[in-house]
Design a protein around this ligand. Structure first.
Ligand code: ZN
Ligand code: ZN
Ligand code: ZN
Ligand code: ZN
Length: 498
């Protein structure tokens, strides 16, 4: 009744407002009732709002909400800002929720007293997505009778002369986008470079819940033939021998088997020479590994050599022997006669002693007498080593016997111990030893650290068995037999003075 009255009273004013409303709409800020958008998974519950935009002031909104069957409207909540009151605080608005919650569901609000201004939420709708819903957009649209969208354009509530005017709201649909997963838990996967064997991939983000790649790509990249996987190893290596070259081996990728670096030959090694090999004419060496002759064979270089020294007891032997390889020409073997044995007779110093002693503390002469003429003396040896002639004096006694006397400077160089003295005789003057006289002397009381080192000491450390301390100087007199033929081959004769 009130609405009809208002229309009748202010027709002109309505026309005026309608014109201005159209004019403002053309500027791009036309009034809208907008349904929001949301994303939800199957079975999930989510809120959708219906909001006013570019609201010029409105007193009634009655809309039908249309939605597909895989959405269930659970709950409708009107904004409390829609609750108008009069000057005494008495409510002057009504809202009504849908009588049935199926689509289309009708929402209705009207204020009896005043317009509500501002871009406010009109109502909040709670939807549940069906567990069987298909993925994709579920449109939620609004429809309305334009007559149910109005504002008061003149008059007042108190005067009971309010005049309604339609507000040309544009109805903007929203939607719930049904997705399989909201991707709430994700993992960043770093890029992996391709190798020669394994394809890599770029960086990407993966949903832990559904496994979807949300950002980037896990697509396999091309193999990189230059990035060898798994390291390298050396193959086909071979050590060189004296007969065959070796090989350092090829460096090969363990992943793809490609040869990254070829090896190089290793030079043959030197042959391993054997001892001398020989036949009657020549000598040579062979390799002990490959048996090849090393170098060239050469003729023997012979010299005459004593193979076995003759002694007073037994004949010796000499033959032609190669200086290089030691080959013995057996056909050239010659026998060396036994050596003549001469007697050494103690003649000087403590002549009553059976054997010569040099006492380094006291110093007293002891000597021997043996008979050989001076010119037949070939060499003097101590412990088998020839003694330099500067270390002894050679004289002849009145009977023509040769006397050899060691100088004290030489004796002082000898350590305590027993020494064998050999006097070598060459009676036929051919340069070869053909007889010997041998005796022993003892050095005692020599200070241990006073060692000049002649290299001739026997060094046994045995002391004289005489134990006699008062012998001052040791002299060896070597006297060869005057009549060599007479005494030749005569057995050793020791003179005792007791
Ligand atoms: Zn997901
Ligand atoms: Zn490789
Ligand atoms: Zn060899
Ligand atoms: Zn030889």
């Amino acid at each position: 009744m009130k609405k009809i009255l208002a229309v009748l009273l202010a027709v002109a004013m309505v026309a005026t407002l309608a014109v201005s409303s159209v004019m403002t709409a053309s500027a791009g800020n036309e009034p809208q009732i907008v349904v929001s958008e949301a994303t939800a998974t199957k079975g999930a519950t989510t809120d959708i709002t219906i909001s006013l935009k570019n609201n010029p002031g409105v007193a009634s909104i009655k809309v039908k909400v249309n939605f597909p069957s895989d959405l269930t409207l659970d709950k409708v909540t009107f904004n409390k800002a829609l609750n108008t009151t009069d000057s005494e605080g008495t409510p002057t608005s009504q809202t009504s929720k849908p009588k049935v919650m199926t689509s289309p569901a009708t929402l209705n609000w009207v204020s009896n007293s005043q317009n509500v201004e501002g871009d406010i939420v009109y109502a909040t709708l709670q939807f549940t997505v069906s567990a069987e819903a298909t993925e994709g957009d579920k449109e939620i649209s609004l429809t309305a009778d334009p007559e149910d969208l109005f504002a008061y354009v003149s008059g007042s509530y108190d005067e009971q002369d309010l005049v309604e005017g339609n507000v040309p709201f544009e109805l903007v649909a929203g939607k719930i986008t049904v997705v399989a997963c909201l991707h709430e838990h994700t993992t960043q996967v770093a890029a992996v470079a391709s190798t020669c064997k394994t394809a890599g991939h770029g960086a990407y983000t993966k949903c832990d819940d559904c496994g979807a790649i949300i950002e980037g790509s896990d697509a396999a990249l091309d193999l990189d033939p230059t990035n060898h996987e798994g390291g390298t190893e050396v193959q086909n290596a071979k050590a060189a021998s004296c007969s065959e070259e070796g090989y350092t081996g090829d460096t090969v990728c363990k992943g793809c088997g490609a040869t990254i670096k070829a090896g190089e030959p290793i030079k043959t090694t030197d042959h391993t020479p054997s001892d001398w090999k020989s036949d009657s004419a020549s000598h040579w060496k062979e390799c002990t590994v490959c048996t090849q002759v090393i170098g060239e064979s050469e003729s023997h270089n012979f010299e005459e050599k004593v193979l076995e020294e003759a002694t007073t007891e037994k004949e010796g032997k000499k033959a032609k022997v190669c200086k290089v390889c030691g080959y013995v020409d057996e056909e050239s073997t010659v026998t060396i006669p036994k050596l003549d044995s001469y007697d050494a007779e103690q003649v000087a110093g403590d002549a009553e002693k059976e054997e010569a002693v040099y006492d380094a503390e006291a110093g007293k002469a002891v000597g021997y007498k043996v008979q050989v003429t001076k010119d037949k003396l070939a060499a003097v040896k101590v412990n088998g080593q020839v003694v330099d002639a500067a270390n002894y004096e050679v004289s002849e006694d009145d009977q023509g016997n040769t006397v050899v006397t060691f100088k004290e400077d030489y004796l002082k160089t000898l350590d305590n111990g027993n020494y064998t003295v050999t006097l070598s005789v060459d009676k036929d003057g051919d340069g070869a030893e053909d007889g010997v006289a041998q005796t022993v002397f003892t050095v005692k009381n020599k200070a241990a650290n006073n060692n000049a080192g002649t290299g001739t000491q026997e060094g046994t450390g045995t002391s004289s068995k005489t134990g006699d301390m008062d012998i001052a100087l040791l002299i060896f007199a070597l006297i060869a037999m005057m009549g060599a033929s007479v005494f030749a081959g005569v057995a050793y004769r020791k003179k005792t003075n007791r």
